[in-house]
Design a protein around this ligand. Sequence first.
Ligand SMILES: NC(=O)c1ccc[n+]([C@@H]2O[C@H](COP(=O)([O-])OP(=O)(O)OC[C@H]3O[C@@H](n4cnc5c(N)ncnc54)[C@H](OP(=O)(O)O)[C@@H]3O)[C@@H](O)[C@H]2O)c1
Length: 254
Amino acid sequence: MDLKLRGKAAVVNGASQGIGFAIARSLAAEGVDVLISARKEDALSKAAEQINAETGQAVRTVVGDIRMLDGCDNIIAAVRERGGVDILINNDGAPPLGNALDFDDLRWTRAFEQNLLSVVRMIRGVAPMMESRGGGSILNITALTAIQPLASFGLSVSTWAGVVGLAKTLSHELGPKGIRINTLCPGLFETPRLELAGGPSAAEYHEAAKMIPLGRKGDVAEIAAVATFFSSPLASYVTGTTLAVDGGMNKSLL
Ligand SMILES: NC(=O)c1ccc[n+]([C@@H]2O[C@H](COP(=O)([O-])OP(=O)(O)OC[C@H]3O[C@@H](n4cnc5c(N)ncnc54)[C@H](OP(=O)(O)O)[C@@H]3O)[C@@H](O)[C@H]2O)c1
């Protein structure tokens, strides 16, 4: 199937590894001119080289910490320099795990800046450029916990639920400008993030994976495929949608 992505331009944040990397690689494989961002320059350059080697597509890089205004501004400036983009993927790491009420105001503010304000800043910067190109697609990567909360995930749940609400609001405000906005909620995917200190252990993840209807963790290529479709003109009538990509983990009807 031709996704009609050849010749489009994208910026993918948090793309030096994991889900963001897989999305950037998948878009590049469809002929998209991809700009990738993350904080660590070395890992970012290696990721760009790998995508180039695997897809034959040149990949640009820009360093930026999306928790900070100047980090977002760096990325937006690079997008402007390349002449704008048709596709924006909002993705990065996540705030720490722990009981919601144990975090002080500073931690809550950082979580807000990382998960929600970064998305506002990126869209505020990129949407006018999309509009001048005739429209575009914005995709937010959150987590299944944004729509099915769990203990210990309070910082993420609260801020990503805000992203889901923001996306729905913006689908109304940006739709008339030809800009679609959707949100993906990953369940459990095999990425370097699963090895983070302080999170569940490998054995706990193994047990959790057994509870997934499809019986396993996801491969990042599987969420990248969904993200690539959502970003493509073939999804031209899909906006304001929130989709779990979770092997059936979500237990609610919606
Ligand atoms: N893996 C899963 O099972 C799963 C499940 C549900 C939700 N998610 C969510 O999906 C997103 C991606 O997950 P992942 O597993 O791919 O994570 P990952 O392997 O840790 O990759 C995160 C990427 O984001 C970049 N990043 C992190 N913090 C950043 C910041 N402040 N500014 C700019 N870039 C930043 C990282 O590079 P640098 O460190 O160099 O910046 C890296 O490229 C996360 O928000 C995660 O919570 C993942």
